[in-house]
Structures are given as structure tokens and as C-alpha cells.
Write a protein that binds this ligand. Structure first.
Ligand code: 13P
Ligand code: SF4
Length: 308
């Protein structure tokens, strides 16, 4: 504990010296979230980073998130303390896969979840997040064919909510896929009064059972506003830190003990300190890819919040 306090002090000092801002995704280890300047969901963090004055962004999350920060803040140095912290779902589709699809379906609008590489975003028409995917799809003219990548579960949910006929890439998040229907039924039986909130990356039959389907930041606002006292949470373990901190009078249970993303747990305080000392590893996006990926992100940001 004493060692942790010393490291935290060292990190705060380095952040000042380097004119750096520390961002942490809602799934990061508790001690990382505790000292971050901003915690949030994948895209929200990069947008916040683009707005601030810092010269350096230390991104505690996974690779595609640091890439999004680099796309939105080309003049800042973006550090990812553990370069190997990737997202297996983002890696399930490559630029070549998407190029092949586009060649075979030149008329389709490609909607790409932000959990994807910069190269895949660069080949897309528009991006989406777990929070705005339904609105993004609703904003596309009815007669257009729509293809969603890389998450089949998010695509399934969006098809149901938007009433649009979509096709999609068969990718998935290995962590959310572990929240089985059996585990969810067991958790509901153990906490019958609790409100079940899940991430749209969960399997469709689990999403079907949920009281609310939300992005990680959406879950934080929903639980804050709700009058319920008990919640069953169907997303990665790390979110419990923020939910419990922001709602001291409420109780949160993880829907399954299997909901741990190993990549999100890689980054330690030591890694953050080392990264600020050496100003590495740096995540960059080549300009030609950055420009195209940025236009897919900007197309998403132009979609009004309520499209019906
Ligand atoms: P959010 O964008 O909802 O934070 O989700 C990111 C993620 O990796 C979900 O698994
Ligand atoms: Fe990727 Fe799933 Fe981990 Fe999110 S929880 S970073 S989607 S593997």
C-alpha cells in the first residue's frame, strides 16, 4: 500500500513535468482509475483528450483506443504503457478482410465499431460506438445496404433496435461472450430484485433478458439516475470501481466471475510511471490512414443524438 501511494505520487509529479494527461478506460484496474485525470468509455476519452491542452496523453486502455486518440489529436504524443494490450475483437477483422468485402459489395455502407484498428476505420464509411450504434444506423438512408464490423453481437442488437436489415462480420468480444445465458439466469435467481444492465457486446440471448443495454459510460449514468438499489452488471469487472464510488448507497454484483478482460488488466502503476519517464511506447497512425479514419469518425460525430 505504501509502495502504491509512493508510485501514485511519482506519477502525478511526472504528469505535471511532462504536461501530460492520464486517461483510463472504465475497465482499468482500480488503482489506475483512482489517479487518472479522466475515466470514460472508448471514444469519450479520446474526445476529452483532443479538447485538453496537454502535450502528452498517457492512455490506460487498449491499442485501438490509443489509436483513436492519435487520430483525433495528431499533435499530441500518445503513450500506451503496455503496447501488447490489444483487443482480440478488434483483431478479428483485418484491413484485407474488409477490402475483400468492399470489392464484392461496392454499394454497401460499412459501419465500423470503434473497437477496430485505424486501418479498418480508414476503409469504413462511418464509425459507431456501443452508445450511438443504433442512431448511426438509423441515419443511413433506408434503401442502402448496411454492413457492420467487427462485432456480431452489437450488430444483432442494432438490427433489432433499428428494424433495419443488416449483415455483419462474425467477430465478438471473448470476454462478453463468456456471459452465458445459464450464468445470467443463475445471477438473476441469486439477486431477484436487481436491475440487469448489460453491454451490447454480450450474446443476444443475454441482451434479450436485460432491463437496459448500455455502453460503459451509459451504464454509469443509468445507475446514477436509477432509483433502484441493486444492480446486476453484465460487463467487465473494472466498471464496478466507478459504479460503487459514484453510488455509495447502491449495491452492484457482477453477473459472472468470467467477465474479466485480460488485456484491460495488463497496465499497472509501474507501467504508467515507466512510460512517463521514457515517453514510450508511442502510438502513431500514418497520415494517409489517419485522414480516412478521421473522416469515418467525423461522420459518426455528425449524427444527431436522436434519429428516429
Ligand atoms: P465502451 O465503449 O462501452 O466503453 O466499451 C469498450 C469495450 O471495450 C467494451 O468491451
Ligand atoms: Fe476488447 Fe472485449 Fe476487452 Fe473490450 S472487453 S477491450 S471488446 S476484448
Amino acid at each position: 500500500m505504501k509502495e502504491q501511494a509512493r508510485l501514485k505520487g511519482e506519477i502525478r509529479r511526472l504528469l505535471r513535468e511532462r504536461n501530460a494527461v492520464m486517461l483510463a478506460h472504465n475497465y482499468q484496474r482500480d488503482e489506475i482509475q483512482e489517479i487518472a485525470d479522466i475515466t470514460g468509455d472508448s471514444l469519450g476519452l479520446s474526445q476529452e483528450a483532443a479538447k485538453c491542452e496537454a502535450e502528452v496523453i498517457v492512455f490506460c486502455g487498449v491499442h485501438f483506443m490509443a489509436e483513436s486518440a492519435a487520430i483525433l489529436s495528431p499533435d499530441k504524443t500518445v503513450l500506451l504503457p503496455r503496447l501488447e494490450a490489444g483487443c482480440p475483437m478488434a483483431d478479428m477483422i483485418t484491413a484485407d478482410d474488409l477490402r475483400a468485402y468492399r470489392a464484392a459489395h461496392p454499394g454497401a455502407v460499412v459501419v465500423t465499431y470503434v473497437n477496430s484498428s485505424a486501418e479498418v476505420k480508414a476503409l469504413s464509411d462511418i464509425c459507431c460506438t456501443s452508445g450511438n450504434a443504433v442512431n448511426v444506423v438509423r441515419s443511413i438512408p433506408d434503401e442502402r445496404e448496411i454492413y457492420m464490423v467487427p462485432d456480431r453481437n452489437l450488430a444483432h442488437y442494432v438490427a433489432k433496435m433499428s428494424g433495419r436489415r443488416l449483415t455483419w462480420w462474425d467477430g465478438y468480444c471473448p470476454t462478453h461472450e463468456r456471459l452465458t445465458i445459464e450464468a445470467t439466469v443463475r445471477a438473476r435467481a441469486a439477486h431477484p430484485g436487481a436491475v440487469l444492465v448489460v453491454h451490447p457486446e454480450c450474446p443476444p440471448e443475454v441482451v434479450e433478458m436485460a432491463d437496459a443495454v448500455l455502453s460503459t459510460s451509459g451504464m454509469c449514468s443509468y445507475c446514477r439516475r436509477s432509483e433502484a438499489k441493486e444492480f446486476l452488471v453484465g460487463t467487465e469487472l473494472g466498471i464496478l470501481y466507478r459504479l460503487r464510488k459514484e453510488n455509495p448507497g447502491k449495491t452492484f454484483f457482477l453477473a459472472s466471475r468470467a467477465l474479466i478482460c485480460p488485456n484491460m488488466k495488463l497496465t499497472t502503476l509501474e507501467d504508467v510511471r515507466d512510460s512517463l519517464v521514457s515517453l514510450s511506447p508511442v502510438v502513431t497512425v500514418p497520415p494517409a490512414i489517419r485522414e480516412k479514419a478521421l473522416s469515418a469518425l467525423e461522420a459518426m460525430l455528425r449524427v444527431p443524438r436522436d434519429v428516429s
